[in-house]
Design a protein. Structure first.
Length: 411
């Protein structure tokens, strides 16, 4: 990047004053910017040092003084911008130059955390609140990592050495489960890719970082468990409303946030049409089955219509109470990994039932009942197979059914 100033001799005014223009050049790039407040007589312009020659008795001394101050500040800013491109080894582009030029403050180095703040701010325009909170959590996690290890957090230090130090901190100090560690790495790579695309750095070592992820058990209610919960009268308005909220998710596949956002205007005789919060999907349509309709009918023309609203924390607490009452006490052993260390913990099934289980229950049972997978993905709005399969684990009953229909029936 280079720059110089030139006189706009074609714009000379009646007093002989000529406006000054900035010209910035790069490879196959030329950017011009007029400086409307900087004007000079042609004989007073120093074309070698880019300033206006003046003295105390000059009739334009006051105007020249202001113009020279503006030129000096501008040259300092341009020198910083040039150093920014050189120091960070970033290719000079018109868009990035103008972004820096029009900014009130120019830093030669880009602060990693300032870039994350910018990423988070822009994400609020397109991402769900839950996703934005995850980005903020990762920023704080990185700050705690730096505080503990003193490892420098910069764009150029997110590399193999960082991966080793960060993994050690997560597994040994924080006892982070592998799947959560994998999510941290995934978000860090997302931020690094975004800042790379913005031209904030040219480090590509971050692409080599690998997320650790283990297959986890899918907790869902089978048909009998779901119907037992759905039809049970708990003799408690609090628990009955909890049951209805949860079961509505089991019968529609909606996330907790989407049920909370549901209004009567979204409900039609045979379907729902709503905007999905997490994916920002507009006018998403879900056909209503008879069980979902029974719940909607129950609350029609009441102050709770279309369905009672219950926060996630209260729902989970009440839901486990409901499931314990109906005897959902089968023991489940959950296996998790911290690095290579396997941690086994045994729970009663009711202890594992949360709002997330509703969506998993809908997906798994829909598959068991023979729903077309493509239709199922359209209902749940999973945009890719990998995301879809996080909710889906082929149940033993379906594998047995398929084995019998494909092998046993042939002989």
């Amino acid at each position: 990047m280079n720059y110089y100033f030139e006189l706009r001799k074609d714009k000379i005014n009646k007093n002989g004053l000529i406006p000054v223009r900035l010209v910035v050049t790069g490879t196959k790039i030329k950017i011009r910017r007029n400086l409307p407040d900087v004007k000079t007589l042609i004989e007073d312009w120093d074309n070698d040092h880019f300033y206006i020659k003046s003295h105390k008795k000059h009739p334009l001394a006051n105007e020249y003084g202001k113009s020279n101050k503006e030129l000096q500040l501008l040259k300092e800013k341009l020198d910083k911008i040039a150093s920014f491109f050189e120091y960070n080894e970033i290719e000079f582009t018109e868009s990035l130059f103008l972004e820096k030029f029009e900014s009130d403050k120019v830093s030669i180095t880009i602060d990693f955390y300032d870039a994350i703040d910018e990423f988070i701010t822009l994400s609020k325009l397109t991402k769900a609140n839950g996703t934005v909170k995850k980005y903020t959590t990762v920023k704080n996690f990185l700050g705690q990592f730096h505080e503990h290890t003193k490892y420098p957090i910069r764009f150029d230090t997110i590399n193999t050495k960082f991966e080793e130090e960060f993994m050690s901190y997560c597994f040994n100090e924080r006892k982070t489960l592998n799947n959560y560690y994998g999510k941290l790495i995934s978000i860090i790579k997302t931020i690094m890719q975004w800042t790379f695309d913005k031209g904030y750095h040219n480090n590509i070592d971050f692409k080599r970082m690998k997320r650790t992820e283990n297959e986890i058990e899918v907790i869902y209610l089978d048909k009998d468990e779901l119907m037992k919960l759905f039809t049970h009268d708990f003799n408690s308005e609090r628990l009955n409303k909890t049951r209805d909220f949860f079961c509505f998710g089991c019968f529609t596949g909606l996330r907790h946030s989407d049920i909370m956002n549901l209004s009567q205007a979204n409900i039609y005789p045979t379907f729902m049409q709503l905007n999905l919060i997490k994916t920002k999907t507009m006018n998403h349509r879900i056909e209503l089955n008879k069980f979902a309709n029974q719940i909607l009918d129950k609350y029609r023309n009441t102050i709770f219509a279309p369905i009672p609203k219950i926060t996630s924390q209260k729902l989970n607490k009440n839901l486990q109470e409901c499931c314990e009452i109906i005897g959902m006490d089968e023991e489940f052993t959950i296996s998790r990994f911290i690095g290579s260390k396997r941690i086994n913990t045994t729970y009663k099934k009711y202890e594992l039932i949360t709002s997330h289980v509703a969506r998993k229950t809908f997906v798994t049972n829909s598959l068991i009942f023979g729903m077309n997978e493509r239709v199922l993905r359209e209902i749940t709005h999973h945009t890719d197979e990998k995301s879809f399969k996080r909710y889906l684990k082929i149940p033993n009953s379906l594998m047995k059914q398929e084995m019998e229909s494909s092998w046993d029936s042939k002989f």
